[in-house]
Write a protein that binds this ligand. Structure first.
Ligand SMILES: Cc1ncc(COP(=O)(O)O)c(C=O)c1O
Length: 422
């Protein structure tokens, strides 16, 4: 029996099985009392993902494309991972999923391809001052190929407002490159509205979903974007990345490939050998999340439906983490960059950027280390954002970033720490 996700009861924070989920992450449990609060830089892996990587390396660590069983098995694992990751994104077709090393190299590959298609009357690219520099600098590098640029700037509330994008769009716009959620401030972007506005003038949309991936359901069909990139290592897999594009858009992209590589997606996008064991790991992440979706009441549904259920459960639970983190930071008078009101926690993910009075961010983080709290300070790879916030690259800010294996008790420890040093 297959159940559509909308016939299921939406999971709530109170039913989220945080302890059962957490127990599946040996690195998280094994490091206690250390608290992982730097998940935006890379998350930990559940046991089934570690098993999948090990199994791959022991049982079929060979090149694909051979006729012997072990090689055939590598091809099967990669094909299966495409189907699973396709369900995770709600892709139209698994062949739209391209595997590779990381998000940055995919953004560079797509941008170089787009650069070759620029026409003098359609050469404008819109970038934002909220994005990770991987999704800005890569596009700005197209200037010698004839690209011109418009900046979609965030407002004082740390959010990108689609009303500010609309006047920047014209028949000159080739592409809008923006994030789905800020990796630094945690603010969500209304990407469905971005795609609608961009398509109305004939432009394409490239979404950086690297930071959004672990926090809430991705739905490329509902968003109607054209390209989207993720880093597996932010979504509980080992280091790897994947690109999605609408099939006909990928067909049209002029990419580099050797003569013996088929000129069709995903192969024309996947330059050289990638890390097969980590792709096997990413496939296992989807299994982990689908099982979580079943636990949350989605059992019996399609893979997509269980994944949606699981990510909705994660989203609901993480909202309570955001509320509690924001309350703790407000209590000590922290400067929160972006949405700081706990009542507006639904506008963000639990990735929170702040400073504490005149205290140097590095000093705060060093003190946190002594309290077994793993937070980060610095520029968050976002020089334009730092400038916009009036912060220097050397000093920057402090970022605490949580995912679904973090607990309310851990937030309370963080709050105790803040009270001691503020
Ligand atoms: C929002 C965002 N985009 C892009 C990147 C770059 O990802 P990768 O390390 O996979 O190249 C990061 C890395 O932190 C990120 O947070």
């Amino acid at each position: 029996m297959s159940l559509a996700s909308d016939t299921l009861v939406k999971p709530t924070a109170s039913t989220f099985p945080v302890q059962a989920a957490r127990a599946q992450f040996p690195a998280v449990v094994g490091a206690e009392p250390f608290v992982f609060l730097d998940n935006a830089a890379g998350a930990q892996l559940p046991q089934n993902v570690l098993d999948a990587v090990q199994h791959h390396l022991i049982d079929h660590n060979v090149q694909r494309g051979g006729r012997y069983a072990k090689s055939v098995e590598v091809d099967r694992v990669i094909a299966e991972a495409r189907v699973k990751v396709g369900a995770f994104l709600n892709a139209y077709d698994p062949h739209e999923i391209c595997f590779g090393m990381n998000a940055t190299s995919f953004i560079r590959m797509v941008s170089l391809a787009i650069g070759q298609t620029l026409k003098s009357d359609r050469c404008e690219i819109i970038v934002t001052d909220l994005d990770h520099d991987a999704n800005i600098a890569t596009w700005l590098a197209l200037a010698p190929m004839g690209a011109t640029f418009q900046w979609w700037r965030q407002r004082e509330d740390g959010k990108l407002h689609v009303e500010d994008l609309v006047p920047l769009l014209s028949e000159r716009t080739r592409l809008v490159a923006c994030t789905v959620v800020s990796h630094a401030l945690g603010s969500l972007v209304d990407v469905t509205a971005v795609a609608k506005a961009a398509h109305a003038v004939g432009a394409e949309v490239f979404l950086d979903s690297v930071h959004y991936g672990p926090h809430a359901p991705i739905d490329v069909q509902a968003w109607d974007c054209d390209y989207l990139v993720c880093s597996g290592y932010k979504i509980f897999s080992p280091h790897m990345g994947f690109l999605w594009g609408k099939f006909d858009k990928l067909v049209a992209l002029p990419t580099f490939r050797e003569d013996f590589i088929p000129d069709e997606p995903p192969f024309k996008i996947e330059a050289g050998t990638f890390i097969y064991e980590n792709v096997a790991g990413m496939g296992a992440v989807v299994d982990y999340l689908a099982d979580l979706g079943s636990t949350l009441g989605g059992a019996g549904g399609s893979l997509r439906s269980r994944l949606r259920h699981s990510m909705e459960g994660i989203q609901a639970y993480e909202q309570t983490l955001s509320e509690k983190m924001l309350a703790a930071l407000n209590d000590v008078g922290a400067t929160i960059y972006g949405v700081g009101d706990p009542a507006r926690a639904s506008e963000r993910v639990p990735t929170i950027c702040f400073n504490l009075g005149d205290l140097h961010p590095a000093e705060v983080v060093e003190k946190a280390v002594k309290a077994d709290l793993g937070i980060r300070d610095g520029h968050m790879y976002a020089p334009r954002l730092m400038k916009r916030l009036g912060l220097t690259m050397e000093r920057g800010a402090i970022r605490a970033s949580l995912v679904h294996y973090n607990t309310h008790e851990e937030v309370e420890r963080f709050a105790d720490f803040l009270r001691k040093i503020a």
